[in-house]
Design a protein around this ligand. Sequence first.
Ligand SMILES: Nc1ncnc2c1ncn2[C@@H]1O[C@H](COP(=O)(O)OP(=O)(O)O)[C@@H](O)[C@H]1O
Ligand SMILES: [Mg+2]
Length: 345
Amino acid sequence: MDNLDLPQKILISVKKAGLKTLPSVLCLSKPDLERATGLSPREVNILVQVISEAAYQTPVTTVLNIKREKCNASMIVQKLSLGCPHLDAFLQGGILSQGITEIAGESASGKTQLCIQLCLTVQCPKSMGGLEGGAVYICTEDAFPSKRLNQMIQMFNHKVGSEMASKLKLGDHIYVEHISESDQLWHCITKRIPILLSRGLIKLVVIDSIAAIFRCEYDSNEVAQRAKHIQSVGAKLNWLSLQHDVPVVCVNQVTANMKRSSNVFEPSVLPALGLTWANFVKVRLMISRTNYRLNVDMQSDSENRRPELNPTESVVRCMEVIFSPHLPNNKCYFVVEKTGVVGLT
Ligand SMILES: Nc1ncnc2c1ncn2[C@@H]1O[C@H](COP(=O)(O)OP(=O)(O)O)[C@@H](O)[C@H]1O
Ligand SMILES: [Mg+2]
């Protein structure tokens, strides 16, 4: 109080009134200050102005500056590679390490294949697009496809070479959880996953799928409770991702778009769980099977893959950015092969 640039008379009156701190003055209205200090309205105005200026020390700044400061404080968002240069280029480097990335799509569109591939790439060194950690894979519907994982690990090991393969030990760092109820999921994301994250054992959380938990467990009269549970899970997953700087990937199913009019540009399917869940999703990717097949000759030429109509070969799948803070609403194409998910140029 003594350091303030106030006339002596005002300073003495304020002290006499027992107002020793800035908040104690600012908490009172002007008439109350007049009564407490015996100062005139003009003097109270001066008092309030000087104290307000002293209390407000944060300089005016822009949103851009706040963002820059955050980035300088090593808050730069990392990206997790999908294990394919074409898909990485499409996503401008890969999956964001901060926030929830949703992979939505109909059955057999390739959601699980993408997630398994992420569980492998996350373990790679940062120079290879990984995050140098393991993954938690939460299965809520089908059993974890361990056979397919082993096949993809073999192929991945072949690609990276035996020295790197023995260093990575890919199969040892994927923690699989089978969960079918929202209570179990809540326990897992509030108790078990935080322990693995704080020990630095995992750098990726996959939930395959988030929709299954909230689809079957609730009756139609429990809509509000369901929404509350979705919000709690979404907020917790977001918090875990931001706190530990790890990507959270959630698979979502799709439902038929009942409100679709004759407009052909409206999507025929929509991601399940609706707006309550969508509010927590940072990047939404929709994948689907197309009517195109990849020609055998094209498959052998990995440098020059283009979708061609041929009903007997590998299905060409489409990945579309539905919303994202950093990507345009674009599409790319990929196939699922023995080696995993491969993007097409
Ligand atoms: N070993 C494999 N080789 C080639 N394609 C495979 C292999 N395993 C699965 N696929 C393809 O992946 C599709 C299933 O993808 P998946 O990710 O399980 O679908 P979902 O979207 O339902 O999770 C299958 O229809 C098949 O075309
Ligand atoms: Mg699946």
